[in-house]
Structure formats: structure tokens, C-alpha cells
Design a protein around this ligand. Sequence first.
Ligand code: AMP
Length: 114
Amino acid sequence: MAEMTLFEKILAGEIPGDMVYEDEHCAAFRDINPAAPVHVLLVPRKPIPRLADASGDDAGLLGHLLLVAPKIAAAEGFGDAFRLVVNNGADAGQSVFHLHLHIIAGRPLKWPPG
Ligand code: AMP
């Protein structure tokens, strides 16, 4: 059996996480190294390594994540101004290979991102 990812361990409670949301398909917890006053990671329970590894079977799950993210931003007080980021691949800044959406809010967000 494949070794659990860091985020699977957090979702399973094996590693502590500051959880802000949970349902049967996904969970969200605060980033340990926040890039903004609000920095939450939204993670599907299914350990898809990268967005590019998702398949058509995951369409409903991916849509679910996009519907949950604004609710988390709103619950954090920033429903009108938040950013979602998915880093895909090490060269794009991905360091944990379990798909996750960064939900970032609470400060002015520049464009383009660095
Ligand atoms: P990425 O670089 O897009 O793969 O994002 C991984 C994120 O996970 C980074 O922003 C890290 O700060 C965050 N991270 C790593 N370990 C933990 C942890 N134990 N709890 C919460 N966030 C973490």
C-alpha cells in the first residue's frame, strides 16, 4: 500500500492540523506557514497527487472543491475578496504532492503573482 501523504495524515488526525472545515469529500486546515492573514488549505480526501493527475472521474470532486472554497473564505470573513491557488508540479512551487487549493485572503493581493 502507498504511504500516506502528509495531508492524508492530517485529515486522519495522525498529525495535528488546525481544521476549519470537514465533509465527506474534503477537509480544510490552516497553512502552517501562512502567506496572508487567512491561508487555508482545502484538500480532497482522495490523494490525487497533482491537478494534472485528476481524471474525468474526479470532475464532481473538483467541482465540489470550487463550491466549498468560497464558503470557507466567507466563513473567514473574506467572501468578497479571496484568491485560490493550485501549484501543479515542483517547478510551479508544489511541495506536497496531494492536491490542495490554497485559499488566501486578508491583505491586498497583487497581480500577477510571483
Ligand atoms: P504547495 O507548496 O503548493 O505544495 O503547498 C504546500 C503547503 O503546505 C505550504 O504552503 C506549506 O506551508 C503547507 N504545509 C506543510 N506542512 C504543513 C502542515 N503540517 N500543516 C499545515 N500546512 C502545512
